[in-house]
Design a protein around this ligand. Structure first.
Ligand code: UDP
Ligand code: MG
Length: 318
């Protein structure tokens, strides 16, 4: 197949500052690819407005009125990057042969899109965009990202290192992803579970073109924590191991205390008592917290609430 219908999906949250430039660059890229016969004339760029509070949606609606290459989906409220991306993927699935997801801020090099498509023609169902350099990220972001991937690996969850959500998926890969019913979304982990033939494209991560990051530290940490607890039950096992370890320590301490008593060594005991109370209290709180996190996840899953709600879409018009 040489004339695949390519859909580019872009989640946008308050992106009025970058949208005109992003649209301009994507238009020239996509129309260039169509002219060269790399992709079908029916290829499209779909912006998913994730409940923005600024002019993002009116800009998207305007773009789609002026140019048939652009389409838009408006979500009823802000549901987060992962949900917005899934909304886009599942909505376009029936129209496309393959789809590329990319952020609105031009941090991921869109000039690499033809390479993704080439890999698709070679037979890959999923192509991961992997950041080869992260020099534009702060050392803190690089350090925490590395620690996160290491921890995920250690805990037995399968993730592609330095891959965010810049990836190509074939239609059947999206159809497979649609079968995952979970509410706690961690797409880069879920996509690994889909299988099929995969490939990678390396690219350099650039500075955000304009506007500011919608992922401040707090959101980033919570996303990382979600990723870990959605994909690994090792932390709960660790709690169990920790409990056993502390019990062994407690037995040793008891034996020591009894011996000390038998041999008449007087133990004043205050410091050891305090240390053990604090230590055990800490271990218990951490354990309860970890277990609580999993119970919270189960609670969210069993409610089966919709992962996103579409308020408006231009997809049916075309
Ligand atoms: N985004 C979204 N909903 C949100 C937060 C972010 O759709 O609640 C989009 C945002 O518009 C961007 C992408 O997700 O296209 C990545 O966000 P951002 O660039 O702010 O994250 P960073 O690159 O700083 O990690
Ligand atoms: Mg960004």
């Amino acid at each position: 197949m040489r004339d695949a219908k390519l859909y580019i999906v872009i989640p946008c949250y308050n992106e009025e500052a970058v949208l005109p430039e992003t649209a301009k660059r994507l238009e020239s890229l996509l129309s260039g690819m169509i002219q060269k016969g790399m992709v079908s004339r029916e290829s499209r760029t779909v912006f998913v407005d994730d409940g923005s509070k600024d002019k993002t949606w009116s800009m998207i609606a305007e773009l789609s009125r002026k140019n048939p290459l652009f389409q838009g989906i408006k979500l009823a409220r802000n549901t987060g990057h992962q949900n917005a991306l899934l909304a886009g993927l599942l909505s376009i699935c029936e129209y496309c042969d393959c789809c590329i997801s990319v952020d609105a801020d031009l941090q991921d090099d869109i000039e690499k899109i033809p390479e993704f498509v080439a890999k698709f023609y070679e037979g890959c169902d999923i192509v991961y965009g992997v950041r080869s350099k992260r020099e534009t990220d702060s050392w803190f972001k690089r350090f925490t990202a590395r620690a996160f991937y290491k921890l995920m690996k250690l805990l037995g969850a399968d993730v592609v290192e330095n891959h965010a959500d810049y990836r190509l998926m074939s239609r059947r890969a999206i159809e497979a992803l649609a079968q995952f019913p979970e509410v706690n979304l961690f797409l880069r982990g879920m996509v690994r579970l889909v299988g099929f033939r995969t490939g990678t494209v390396h690219y350099e991560r650039m500075e955000r073109f304009a506007g500011e990051s919608k992922y401040p530290l707090k959101k980033m940490l919570s996303f990382a924590f979600d990723g870990i607890t959605s994909f690994s039950i090792q932390p709960i096992r660790l709690v169990w191991g920790l409990g056993v370890f502390v019990c062994v320590l407690a037995v040793a301490a008891a034996v020591y205390t009894l011996c000390a008593r038998a041999f008449g060594v007087s133990v004043t005991g205050w410091s050891s008592l305090m240390i053990s109370i604090w230590f055990l209290g800490g271990v218990q709180l951490v354990s309860v917290g970890v277990i609580g996190e999993y119970i919270g996840k189960i609670y969210k899953e069993v409610k089966r609430r919709p992962r996103y709600i579409i308020e408006e879409s231009t997809l049916e018009d075309k």
